[in-house]
Design a protein around this ligand. Structure first.
Ligand code: TRP
Length: 396
């Protein structure tokens, strides 16, 4: 673990006290400007308004297309290594907001291969998480006409040939420099797979601005992909990135990870479990006694119950401001704030859980979101494979 002032952020580990500004220098990304925030569809999503999405790379072409009705796409994926918690879901609800407001095409890749290569888990266990996570994704409520869900192992007929073509242009030195020495050759190759994810909408539907909204630790994947996309022979635009801070874990601001000892709030948690987890584990910015709190007030900026409301769950700006104010002046107590956060999160999750329960068998529900045969052919052709090469008659 690095010292207080130090931190490391890579796609595979986040350690120390993250300095979000300094990270931008390190990664070469830019702060989101007020003007850019205004160009998101109205009403602007709280994640943008409140600067949880705080930085970007090449965002302007995407905003221009979204505002003028031109084709544009968004890619945000899921590594299915466990049950999903509330920190995992916000990019997907954000994608749904853009799709509903601007008709955005949304691609959702599942990197089951990546998680198998990275984690000490059987293929069967990763497959189980994949199926469960897919149900959560389907419960978000995307428009099947404008949404494609791709699972690396199940859609290998497209993913593998494209990843091979792109992988040829990614050197081992780039992979080592971007991710640290990979543990196995599978992980060495995986950046070519994630580059495939980010270019897939363009390979299927034609050249168009593409945005990847992700937590800032995933930015290296975008950088590698942009390098490859920049090669002349590919008729694609370099994908842009919209980078977010990490939703706080219950034990304090920092990355919310499901592998720590402190529990996370799972999408499947019921009201009582959510209340219990927040009461017991949510780091508090309040004082040690009620009397002291009434007198000195609390600090919402480090209070996890408040931060969860601020980051995602309380949509109303005035309400969220009032809570911060009342917490600071001591009229709102830690226990009350926790109750409120728990209830608001439970309301949101009940909606999600209801939609999830209404789903039929996974295979049937997923079908309208899978790439069609024509779309698969198109992707392979765009990357340079002759159309239907094995089906061709020998007599030709
Ligand atoms: N690598 C991501 C993770 O570990 C999951 C992922 C796969 C992804 N493909 C993606 C994220 C494309 C964003 C865009 O969580």
């Amino acid at each position: 673990m690095p010292a207080e002032s130090e931190f490391t952020v890579t796609p595979y580990s986040v350690d120390g006290n993250v300095d979000y500004e300094q990270l931008l220098n390190q990664f070469g990304a830019d702060k989101l400007t007020a003007d850019q925030r205004k160009r998101f569809p109205d009403p602007t999503h709280p994640l943008v308004r409140r600067e949880v999405f705080y930085a970007e790379r090449n965002l302007d072409p995407f905003l221009a297309a979204a505002n003028s009705g031109d084709d544009h796409a968004l890619v945000t994926g899921r590594g299915p290594s466990g049950p999903m918690h509330i920190g995992h879901i916000f990019p997907f609800y954000f994608a749904r907001y853009l799709q509903r407001a601007a008709g955005t095409t949304v691609y959702i890749p599942f990197s089951d291969d990546e998680k198998y290569l990275l984690k000490d888990q059987s293929i069967e266990s990763i497959s189980d998480h994949t199926r469960e996570n897919l149900r959560d994704l389907l419960a978000v409520g995307f428009d099947p006409k404008r949404t494609r869900i791709v699972v690396d192992s199940a859609d290998a007929d497209v993913v593998y040939p494209v990843a091979s073509a792109l992988g040829k242009e990614i050197t081992q030195a780039t992979v080592d420099a971007t991710y640290g020495d990979p543990e196995n050759v599978g992980l060495s190759f995986y950046p070519a797979v994630q580059a495939t994810h980010l270019l897939l909408p363009q390979l299927v539907e034609g050249r168009q601005p593409t945005l990847v909204p992700i937590a800032v630790d995933q930015d290296p994947h975008v950088r590698v992909c942009r390098d490859v996309a920049g090669k002349e022979r590919h008729d694609v635009e370099k994908p842009g990135a919209l980078l977010s801070k990490f939703l706080p874990s219950l034990d304090g601001p920092g990355k919310m990870s499901s592998s720590d000892d402190t529990p996370s709030i799972l999408l499947s948690d019921d009201r009582e479990t959510i209340r219990e987890k927040i009461q017991t584990h949510a780091y508090s910015g309040g004082q040690t006694s009620v009397a002291k709190h009434r007198e000195q007030g609390g600090n919402p900026d480090v209070d996890v119950a408040y931060l969860l409301l601020y980051y995602f769950f309380e949509k109303d700006d005035q309400r969220v401001q009032r809570l911060a104010q009342e917490y600071r002046d001591g009229s709102l107590l830690t226990g009350e704030l926790k109750q409120l956060a728990a209830a608001t999160i439970a309301d949101f999750l009940e909606g999600h859980q209801q939609r999830r329960e209404q789903l039929g068998p996974l295979h049937t529900e997923l079908q309208p979101y899978r790439l069609t045969d024509e779309e698969r052919r198109q992707a392979l052709q765009t990357i340079g494979y002759p159309d239907d090469s094995l089906a061709r008659q020998d007599s030709e």
